[in-house]
Design a protein around this ligand. Sequence first.
Ligand code: ADP
Ligand code: MG
Length: 327
Amino acid sequence: MSKEDLHSAIKAAGAMDTAMPAIEMVDLCKNFGTFKAVDHLTLTVRQGEIFGLLGPNGSGKTTTINMISGLSMPTSGVVHVLGYDVRRNARAVRQILGAVPQETALYEELTAWANMDFHADLFGIPVREKRERITRILELVQLLDRKNSRVGTFSGGMKRRLALGRALLHEPQLVYLDEPTLGVDVQARRVIWDYILSLRAQGKTVLITTNYLEEAQALCDRLAIIDHGKLIAVDTPDHLKQEYGGSVIEVETAQASASVDEIRRITGVKNVVQEKAHLTITTQGVHNVVPQIINILSQEGELRDLAVREPNLDEIFLRLTGTALRD
Ligand SMILES: Nc1ncnc2c1ncn2[C@@H]1O[C@H](COP(=O)(O)OP(=O)(O)O)[C@@H](O)[C@H]1O
Ligand SMILES: [Mg+2]
């Protein structure tokens, strides 16, 4: 079977069975010596979704992705990509996956065009299609006007976009991006986000890793929160908030309250943070805490403001893992 035949066979197989998971990890482990970088991870990524692996630095995101792409051998457990066992069908998996690794491996001394051309040859893209495809992709990532510039002259955001474009050159069904916006400015981040969303619109499956909560929130249909190589929770961002959230009560008093301990003892209050005359109270479960808080604080003095809001993902992460996502 030629590379092209293989490619279209894989495409056809994937298109026929949309119920088949895009990626399935079962009990996946990776040890470095005695250190457990990935610890019994079981996860399913569905076709057509943007799935996020969210976790702090060192939590095992890159190691996990490297096992999916076949770059790193699992210590135990299995990974299937569209039904293919990554260990046994490395070549098929390479055709299905488009990779945007954490360390962007571009040839700095070559032009943007030459980088794409090299990659096209690597993936056996037919010569008659090459020029048209490279042009289309460079246009998509807004780099066509810089096609003859050396990559070494590009900004971080431009390199990121070029890497993104390159990953799509062989029209993969599944694209993974390891920290796609790490170290790029806000404007470039927007372009990249729009681009990732457009991939889903084209029916592709996208797996991203990130430790930016805004990114996870803005892009992901579902999220897996991982910490120390272990799965902590997996759900949609909204469900994660509902399930683990409780609510957050922000209170402004005239003077710093002396009743913090008393508030902490209210059933349903999880945590109280005091900053001068401002209290941030997190709650858990359904309890009638607001009237009790008002009662305590108004006895003490003037209560200036009270607002109840849903927690942000940062607070949920802290609640689930006991550590902040970013330092
Ligand atoms: N080749 C390696 N040898 C030893 N330890 C490693 C290796 N690769 C990663 N690690 C360790 O495994 C943990 C997870 O790393 P990584 O998957 O890169 O995390 P993340 O991508 O979430 O920041 C880290 O503690 C890291 O130091
Ligand atoms: Mg990483």
